[in-house]
Design a protein around this ligand. Structure first.
Ligand SMILES: CC(C)(COP(=O)(O)OP(=O)(O)OC[C@H]1O[C@@H](n2cnc3c(N)ncnc32)[C@H](O)[C@@H]1OP(=O)(O)O)[C@@H](O)C(=O)NCCC(=O)NCCS
Length: 338
């Protein structure tokens, strides 16, 4: 765990990207901004003003942090115009854009859109929906990607045996954004998660499309059609990313156990050795990562957003300072891959 985060932080440091933290009203965010600056992981733009930051975190040294207040910034009018241009087709008026551009999360997303920062981190005191919506509305998806999704980087406890995960790390998706993805969205999630595994975790992805069925062993054609959905998603992902190792549909044991794979999915290059796990919906994914965390002793890093045109990430409202520092480092590395 510490090794992976240490190497992500070392990469972030070398990249020296500029990341905006939108919540200068939150003590943990102000403390994290100072810590990131002290460690040299990124240049920080903090949305807020000095009096407010001093009030919530009186002992924090703000040296080296750029404070920006949307109420007084000379950039607010320019950002309002960017917002208006991005959303006028959706019915937004110039007055609405001028008002919304002052919203701190929207202001952060507009800074990213304008190229004034390289990445965005928010969500310590805003919901996932409120944190991601500005990004969905103005940053939008990367070329060739239709779906923004998320991954958890699951890191094994070194003190416990992990016979089915020799690398000690895995990627689980999508446990946090897309509630009931269709086949095309599931294919997008698979391809984006493989990129996260490669670019952020540094492993060669072997992507398993998970189900309660392995290669047609179970079916639900009649009612929910969840198995055909995963089968279709697997075919779409393979066609869209022929260079990636993606296969399915697999039960979890067929995905990780060479013995079960030999019986149920002989000849698959992924079965028995998967390290990226794509769940059929958010229920399965969210429950699955929490089982690995609580029963399996894995540490869950994330969710790490993927598929945005520029890096934008969402904190958990229960986050601690170190979580913010880690997510800023991940965001900086994503910016380096952009
Ligand atoms: C991600 C989420 C916040 C999007 O919210 P939403 O209410 O659907 O957002 P909107 O309908 O306002 O959509 C805004 C825009 O983003 C687009 N969009 C929404 N989800 C998207 C996705 N996953 N990928 C790409 N675009 C997306 C919409 O098409 C819309 O585009 P447009 O306005 O330009 O036409 C929502 O799916 C959600 O709440 N997911 C679950 C989050 C959650 O509770 N997680 C638990 C955390 S553990």
């Amino acid at each position: 765990m510490s090794n992976l985060l240490d190497s992500i932080k070392a990469k972030a440091k070398a990249l020296n990207k500029t990341i905006v933290l939108c919540e200068g009203e939150d003590k943990r965010v102000v403390e994290a901004a100072a810590e990131i600056t002290k460690q040299g992981l990124a240049k920080i733009v903090l949305i807020g003003n000095e009096a407010e930051c001093k009030k919530v975190a009186p002992n924090v040294d703000l040296t080296g942090i750029t404070l920006v207040d949307p109420e007084t910034s000379e950039k607010t009018a320019e950002y309002a115009n960017i917002l208006f241009e991005a959303r006028k087709a959706k019915g937004m008026t110039e007055e609405q854009a001028a008002a919304q551009a002052k919203d701190r999360t929207m202001f952060g997303a507009l800074m990213l859109k304008a190229g004034d920062v390289d990445g965005y981190v928010s969500g310590a005191c805003h919901s996932t929906a409120n944190t991601l919506r500005p990004g969905l509305q103005v940053i939008k998806t990367a070329p060739g990607v239709k779906t923004v999704s998320s991954s958890f980087i699951m890191v094994a406890d070194e003190k416990l045996p992990h016979p089915y995960n020799a690398e000690g790390v895995a990627v689980f998706a999508d446990c946090a954004i897309n509630i009931e993805p269709d086949a095309q969205q599931l294919a997008d999630i698979a391809i984006s998660s493989a990129q996260t595994a490669k670019n952020i975790v540094g492993i060669e992805p072997k992507v398993a499309m998970l189900s309660f069925s392995t290669k047609g062993s179970g079916n639900d054609d009649k009612y929910f059609k969840s198995v055909p959905k995963v089968q279709e998603a697997t075919a779409l992902a393979k066609a869209q990313a022929p260079d990636l190792a993606i296969d399915g549909e697999f039960q979890f044991d067929a995905a990780v156990s060479p013995a079960v794979a030999a019986l149920k999915a002989p000849g698959s290059e992924v079965a028995g050795h998967a390290n990226v796990f794509v769940f059929p919906n958010i229920n399965a994914g969210n429950i699955g990562y929490k089982i690995a965390q609580r029963f399996g002793g894995y540490m869950a890093i994330g969710p790490v957003c993927q598929g945005f045109a520029k890096p934008l990430n969402d904190l958990s409202r229960g986050c601690v300072v170190e979580d913010i520092v880690a997510l800023v480092a991940i965001t900086a590395v994503q910016a380096g891959n952009n």
